[in-house]
Design a protein around this ligand. Structure first.
Ligand SMILES: C[S@@+](CC[C@H](N)C(=O)[O-])C[C@H]1O[C@@H](n2cnc3c(N)ncnc32)[C@H](O)[C@@H]1O
Length: 354
């Protein structure tokens, strides 16, 4: 597998042979049917971020996300965004102790414009003369386009490319030009696992597997990972935090009605949001609970829901620091340094490929 610089200046992957290890992606329709039938749980969060398609469209997760993050910057119980920013800023002056030679920066899941400007750009500015190449990798094309635009605008001297790939499920190597690659994973992405939050040991297994997949993409002699983690296990604070952004979860129920063929008595108003911290698995879990009996079809698939049926929508796992580092170590990353601040549950690890 190699890469080429396209006319649009986006790096496109070119595969010389079929990628036999590629796992077929499920569609929104399949994921939704499995969710309503409780055949799979915790996997719907990846569909939350949807752009509105007409005036008054309630399937507007992307717009609501921008709004809740703007609130989180001023006064909100949703601490994750601000506390992660704070720990990234605290780490900045330490970066030059670890990185001394020219490097390729790989942004794994750059996310929205705001996230790139507030989290990725400060890293590039801090390591300014060393960052020679920037590669953003995301499954969301819109995020890749905005990452490309922002980085080209602020850092025209940095070679800039994007890969529309799944960095957990796809097999590929980072197309790094420099001898050192530094991967960034911000937004607690690895802990937002698309699994049933009640399954004991599954999250640890998946975390290890995700680290192993990340490790497999490094192609240079020297590889580093800068990754943040939320270690908060205080149920009251977690509930307050996710309640503050609860408006962000509802557009999913509207997206189902907008983007799929739904017939019967499905109505987003017939669901209540429920937030739980499952101590045994350390999952902070977001569910929708059916308030009444509903019978409907989704793309021709019959769904029957009873009042009280709980549908696990998405999770953020709140692992201990030691547990997280042990898993990373078992998957091929040795610990270099962890940056911590008093009263900040978000911590930042610098790791090196073994
Ligand atoms: C939780 S958001 C974090 C965004 C941003 N880094 C931040 O700090 O706010 C996760 C981002 O990673 C992307 N993403 C999540 N899982 C991914 C995967 N397995 N492969 C590629 N992109 C993924 C999402 O599309 C989104 O842009």
């Amino acid at each position: 597998m190699g890469y080429e610089q396209g006319s649009s200046n986006l790096i496109r992957l070119v595969s010389s042979q079929p990628d036999t290890q590629k796992i077929p992606q499920t569609t929104f329709s399949e994921d939704t049917v499995d969710w309503f039938r409780k055949q799979r749980s915790g996997h719907m969060a990846k569909w939350l971020f949807s752009s509105p398609k007409f005036d008054g469209d309630k399937a507007c997760g992307a717009t609501v996300w921008e709004k809740v993050i703007a609130q989180a910057k001023t006064n909100s119980d949703y601490y994750v965004f601000q506390d992660e920013l704070s720990i990234i800023n605290a780490a900045l002056p330490k970066l030059k102790n670890h990185f001394k030679s020219p490097l390729t920066l790989v942004d794994l899941g750059p996310g929205s414009k705001d996230a790139i400007e507030s989290k990725t750009c400060p890293i590039i500015s801090e390591l300014h003369s060393l960052v020679r190449q920037y590669i953003s990798i995301d499954t969301n094309q819109d995020f890749l386009k905005s990452a490309h635009q922002i980085i080209s605008g602020y850092y025209p001297q940095v070679a800039n490319g994007s890969l529309c790939l799944d960095f957990i499920e796809d097999s590929f190597r980072f197309p790094a030009k420099e001898n050192t690659t530094v991967g960034l994973v911000f937004g607690i992405t690895l802990c937002n696992m698309l699994i049933d939050p009640r399954e004991k040991d599954l999250s640890i297994f998946l975390l290890a597997s995700s680290f192993r997949r990340l490790r497999s993409h490094f192609s240079t002699a020297e590889g580093y990972l800068i990754i943040t983690q939320d270690t908060n296990q205080d149920e009251r604070k977690l509930k307050a935090a996710y309640t503050a952004i609860s408006e962000y979860f509802y557009p999913l129920l509207h997206r189902i009605r907008r983007d799929l063929a739904v017939f019967g008595n499905y109505d987003p108003k017939n669901f209540s949001l429920d937030l739980q911290f499952i101590k045994e698995t350390k999952a902070f879990s977001v569910s929708f609970v059916a308030d009444k009996k509903m019978t409907f079809t989704v793309d021709g698939n019959l769904i029957n829901l009873k009042a009280g049926d709980r549908l696990y929508m998405g999770n953020s796992f709140k692992f201990d620091k030691t547990q997280f580092l042990e898993v990373a170590n078992s998957a091929g990353f040795s610990h270099i340094e962890t940056i911590e601040q008093p009263n900040n549950p978000c911590i930042l690890h610098i790791m090196k490929t073994k």
